[in-house]
Design a protein around this ligand. Structure first.
Ligand code: FMN
Length: 421
């Protein structure tokens, strides 16, 4: 979903579900072939299984992009034949291709000739005056003849003129029966139903008629629903995280890594705002996260604050071992400890782990008033970044761990490419 399922969102969703297939936002062939494809296709291996959705109509360009996707570890290439936006129509792709099944078939054939991963299509029931089963099955048969075996059907048609993309997701009525009939009459094809599915319970109902269910808005706005997908839908004995707090904790190391590369917190935190949807104090969570993440230099302490607010009502005491302990940390100063350690860069993973465990043990003893954010290991120094109420606490921590601190400096300002202007 454009402007939603970026890499941060997908990394978060992967904390909630291991088995669900995740999709990228639609990326046009033009963006990939004439723009910075590294940026558009960047993802963490942990996001997989991950499908790349392409927008375009030129078989050669689509084939080149599909090849790129396969080489980068995507497990599927999906062609968008559902987007009705003016911009997409101007490029003659998206939903308007419902009128041109042969063009889609040619595109699919070209992509299939170049890659081994599945080439799939996401489409509508029809567009404009196309009504009923006939245009739908003609489209699917034509594209299936070119080798497409998986069709994700948004179970409503699109009006190409007169409705905005948003209206085209709400105004044309959903017709699940047409999708069920498609599966019944083309049993060899894999038919995935999309559109208006609000929950896993509803998905299970649809799965009595079709092979798969694709959930868009509900999964984005209420991501916790994904957290039971592995057990409920895929029959796994357990799910990756026990509760929402555990989900946030599991995601924090990713957030820290991204912040260290200069990503602003707001870009990541926006995908978490719906996590506590329907829970007490969900509004506080949203508010603290949204407002806090906007501040310059905002760090994981904003997430800790928001978490503390939702947990306050439960009366939970400090969560032992949780790096997001419920403390008011957003105004806590940040410190960099410089540690001179000859040969630091050549320490083995086991040696680094041993040092880290020692540090964590002392942090537990000191309680939530000091938090370790991350460390940068160079050849002969380790720079560790902490949130702490004062320098003394940082020095005390250094003494307790027995890892010498050559220098402790308070961070006064954070500069990154996003806040220089
Ligand atoms: C903000 C937004 C962005 C979307 N972007 C895409 C997109 O890039 N590709 C696509 O195939 N569908 C896109 N969609 C449509 C959804 O994938 C889905 O087909 C539609 O919302 C209906 O499913 P749902 O009711 O489960 O959300 C988008 C929807 C929204 C709300």
């Amino acid at each position: 979903m454009m402007d939603c399922t970026d890499r941060h969102c997908r990394s978060f969703h992967r904390v909630l579900t291991r088995r669900t297939l995740l999709y990228t936002e639609m990326v046009t062939t033009g963006a990939l072939l004439h723009g910075d494809w590294r940026r558009f296709l960047a993802h963490e291996p942990t996001e997989r299984p991950l499908a790349l959705q392409l927008g375009g109509d030129d078989p050669a360009a689509l084939a080149a992009c599909a090849e790129l996707a396969e080489s980068l570890g995507f497990c599927e290439v999906n062609l968008n034949v559902g987007c009705p936006s003016d911009r997409v129509q101007a490029g003659r792709f998206g939903a308007c291709l419902m009128r041109e099944p042969r063009v889609v078939a040619e595109a699919v054939a070209a992509m299939r000739a170049r890659v081994r991963i599945p080439v799939t299509v996401k489409h509508r029931l029809g567009v404009d005056e196309q009504e009923g089963f006939a245009p739908l099955v003609t489209f699917v048969d034509t594209v299936a003849a070119a080798g497409c075996e998986v069709f994700a059907v948004h179970a409503r048609k699109a009006w190409l003129a007169g409705l905005s993309p948003k209206e085209n997701r709400e105004v044309p009525p959903l017709d699940y029966d047409l999708v069920y009939r498609l599966k019944a009459e083309r049993p060899r094809l894999t038919i995935v139903l999309n559109g208006g599915v609000p929950s896993l319970a509803a998905a299970r109902e649809h799965l009595r008629h079709v092979d798969g269910v694709m959930i868009g808005r509900a999964a984005y706005h209420e991501p916790w629903l994904l957290a039971r997908a592995d057990s409920t839908i895929f029959g796994e004995p357990s799910d990756p995280v026990a509760d929402r707090v555990a989900a946030v904790e599991a995601f924090v190391p990713y957030v820290e890594r991204q912040l260290a590369t200069g990503q602003p917190l707001a870009r990541i935190a926006r995908h978490l705002v719906g996590l506590f949807h329907g829970e007490p104090r969900a509004r506080r969570w949203r508010q603290i996260l949204t407002e806090g993440a906007r501040l310059r230099g905002a760090g994981v302490e904003v997430i800790a604050d928001a978490l503390a607010a939702v947990r306050a009502r439960e009366g939970l005491a400090a969560h032992v071992g949780c790096r997001l302990a419920p403390a008011r940390t957003s105004r806590m100063p940040k410190y960099v400890i410089e540690r001179e350690i000859a040969g630091a860069g050549s320490l083995s993973p086991e040696e680094l782990q041993e040092v880290s465990l020692r540090s964590l043990a002392s942090l537990r003893e000191l309680g939530p008033k000091i938090q370790w954010l991350h460390s940068f290991v160079t050849d002969d120094k380790i720079y560790c970044v902490y949130l702490a109420p004062d320098e003394d606490t940082v020095r005390r921590h250094a003494e307790m761990t027995g890892i010498p601190a050559s220098r402790v400096s308070a961070v006064r300002r954070l500069l990154d490419p996003t806040n220089v202007a």
